[in-house]
Design a protein around this ligand. Sequence first.
Ligand SMILES: Cc1cc2nc3c(=O)[nH]c(=O)nc-3n(C[C@H](O)[C@H](O)[C@H](O)COP(=O)(O)OP(=O)(O)OC[C@H]3O[C@@H](n4cnc5c(N)ncnc54)[C@H](O)[C@@H]3O)c2cc1C
Length: 468
Amino acid sequence: MTTVAERHHVVIIGSGFGGLKAARSLKHADVDVTLISRTTTHLFQPLLYQVATGILSEGEIAPTTRLVLRDQKNVRVRLGEVEGIDLQAKTVTSKLMSQETVTPYDSLIVAAGAQQSYFGNDHFATFAPGMKTIDDALELRGRILGAFEAAEVVTDHAERERRLTFVVVGAGPTGVELAGQIAELAERTLAGAFRTIRPEDCRVILLDAAPAVLPPMGRKLGLKAQKRLERLGVEIQLNAMVTNVDYMGITVKDKDGSERRIDCACKVWSAGVQASPLGKLIAEQSDGSQIDRAGRVVVEPDLTVKGHPYVFVVGDLMAVPDVPGMAQGAIQGATYATDIIKRSLAGQDDPANREPFTYWDKGSMATVSRFDAVAQVPIPKSSKKLEFGGPLAWLAWLVLHLVYLVGYKNRFTTLVTWFITFLGRGRGQMAITSQMIYARTAMQALQSRQGPLAAVEAADKIEKDESA
Ligand SMILES: Cc1cc2nc3c(=O)[nH]c(=O)nc-3n(C[C@H](O)[C@H](O)[C@H](O)COP(=O)(O)OP(=O)(O)OC[C@H]3O[C@@H](n4cnc5c(N)ncnc54)[C@H](O)[C@@H]3O)c2cc1C
């Protein structure tokens, strides 16, 4: 099927921070917008760890994109895996089940983000899921809570210890937040609920090949976060490089070159990112744009690719010096790209003389536990940054996340949930199912090629064949 647009047609790939912001910014523009994404939702990734540890439901952090955009009549939302982009023909090819759709565009905004990187060791993923999608977070919840359940019934002491050892690989913000929350879950929510084990005796290990916790936030804040985590009982292991991951545990190489094993059932990978393969696809067709080592497109100063002034790459997929892979980078990139499109419609855009994209660093923060976070905020008109930690930083974190969550209802329910969780011991999202834990491996077995929708296609075929 080919969609023919009468007005200027903007195609947006991705419904994350970049994609949704781009669509919303074009609300009053005289354009037709098609937003294509392989997920039906707009995912607020910064709170995935709370889904994984039973605080929030997936719905609260991932509203349905077409419902969010229901009242914006110039937008069409299309579910599909983008498999092809033709910069010469100006088309995007997406696929859902066996249905292929070719969508022509006048302007293209690619905000396809990044995936987990295992640094060439993709087989680690079988045993150590990442933290990028709702599926990841639900699987982790199943694995974390399932480990306590298994520890309660096993009789072998060493196996019980293994089940009660949790390893988080990667001491960036996600790793710090997850390790802190697993410790709090055991200490506050699960304590007293088992008869054979004491959940609070579990080992939570946060390890990283780097010599510091939260390296992008600097030494002082990193040490602060480290001390606070240690107070919670989290073991921090730095200069520790993971060399293997298997069912029984992980192998770690220390700075002195010696190798050791950590027997553990539950491992989480939050160590690296790899940009969407769409970046390479675009760069290869451009007039010489390159990708960097993480697969991000080295864009021009106006976020376009060489030779295509209306093909923008934004968010985690773009490589721009001093712009971190954070929500603000994606939001600001999308605003910049749509401003250019709006100017071009008014005949006010000269691609050769565009103001370059500039990034406004609004700071960064990471929570360590309830009432405790670290934050870094740039001081206006100064190269210095204000660094602080504790309840004030946590309050700032709470307010900011509420502001950026999409939907009034989600903000309200999240606030109520946080109130209950942080003041009391309870967590409202502790249900786990076998599908959460085992579906990924089952789906991988079904998958004949990459992409979650390919597995759906295979499952659909099995269902069809059954009824034949
Ligand atoms: C666990 C975690 C915690 C984080 N915490 C923070 C934080 O505290 N603060 C912060 O600022 N940032 C944080 N980030 C980073 C932030 O979430 C990203 O920088 C941001 O999401 C990037 O936005 P994006 O639009 O580029 O990509 P994404 O938000 O990742 O969106 C990509 C979109 O593209 C779609 N897509 C991808 N490939 C295809 C395809 N082939 N076909 C169709 N659709 C496709 C996806 O379905 C998705 O909708 C965190 C990230 C993670 C994973």
